[in-house]
Design a protein around this ligand. Structure first.
Ligand SMILES: CC(C)(COP(=O)(O)OP(=O)(O)OC[C@H]1O[C@@H](n2cnc3c(N)ncnc32)[C@H](O)[C@@H]1OP(=O)(O)O)[C@@H](O)C(=O)NCCC(=O)NCCS
Length: 215
């Protein structure tokens, strides 16, 4: 479908067009969405997630901390990562989610995947999204998730025009609680005994970042 953006006429996926039939969609055929960006702060770069990251992610999702603290399956079966990545690739078409690979951008960039950073759920009617992230074990301990979360959050609030971002974090996940705080998120409270995934209930701290709160 052809849509006018400023002086330009752009081709955008039909589902992103203003007035489309779907409830969940970006409200405008915005440049920020129609062309997934590569975001960088000179140390880390966020690149739109795509199938080529599959082999690296397949190893990473087995890490015990990722199994414990994320909603990824406890025993990811054959084909899980491919299906997961294809849902994120579809997200760039239907506006339901926005997934990025975290890679190094410090001059020693060998293109290796450091982690995953995403708007795992976007509600375009409410202009809200939930963030999710993880790092490969070898990339931890250097503050990279905080940098990547700040990049994602700035893009989501400034370029996409979302108003509220949320992070749900197990209260026992000390590193992730700090990551959210370092990225400017405010702790709102704790949802006690929240159903997390099969067989697990945990106390979840809810953090949020609102438009205008990033310096
Ligand atoms: C959470 C995660 C992304 C953080 O990675 P990271 O950027 O390497 O985090 P760091 O090791 O640099 O730690 C970040 C901060 O937490 C602190 N921290 C680390 N472990 C901690 C712990 N167990 N308790 C309290 N604070 C801790 C660090 O000192 C650092 O503090 P600072 O910002 O004041 O310097 C990573 O540990 C991970 O991938 N975990 C598994 C998946 C996961 O939990 N995802 C988040 C789901 S909500």
């Amino acid at each position: 479908m052809l849509v006018r953006v400023g002086q330009e006429v752009q081709e955008v996926p039909r589902r992103l067009a203003v007035g489309g039939a779907d409830a969940q969609r970006p409200p405008t055929p915005d440049h920020a969405w129609a062309r997934p960006p590569s975001l960088s702060d000179g140390v880390v770069r966020l690149e739109p997630l795509e199938a080529r990251f599959g082999p690296e992610l397949a190893g990473v999702v087995l890490d015990p901390d990722i199994v414990r603290f994320t909603r990824l399956p406890t025993r990811p079966g054959e084909g899980f990562v491919e299906g997961w990545l294809s849902r994120y690739e579809r997200g760039w078409e239907d506006g339901s989610r926005a997934g990025f690979a975290i890679v190094a951008d410090d001059g020693n960039d060998d293109g290796a995947l450091l982690g995953f950073m995403a708007l795992i759920r976007i509600d375009w009617d409410a202009l809200e999204a939930e963030v999710g992230y993880l790092l490969a074990p070898a990339a931890r301990g250097r503050g990279l998730a905080g940098r990547a979360l700040e990049l994602l959050s700035r893009w989501a609030l400034d370029a996409l025009g979302l108003v509220r971002l949320e992070a749900w974090i197990d209260t026992e996940n000390g590193a992730s609680l700090r990551v959210a705080e370092r990225a400017g998120y405010t702790r709102e409270g704790v949802r006690r005994s929240t159903h997390f995934k099969a067989g697990r209930r945990v106390d979840m701290a809810i953090y949020s970042l609102l438009a205008g709160e990033l310096a």
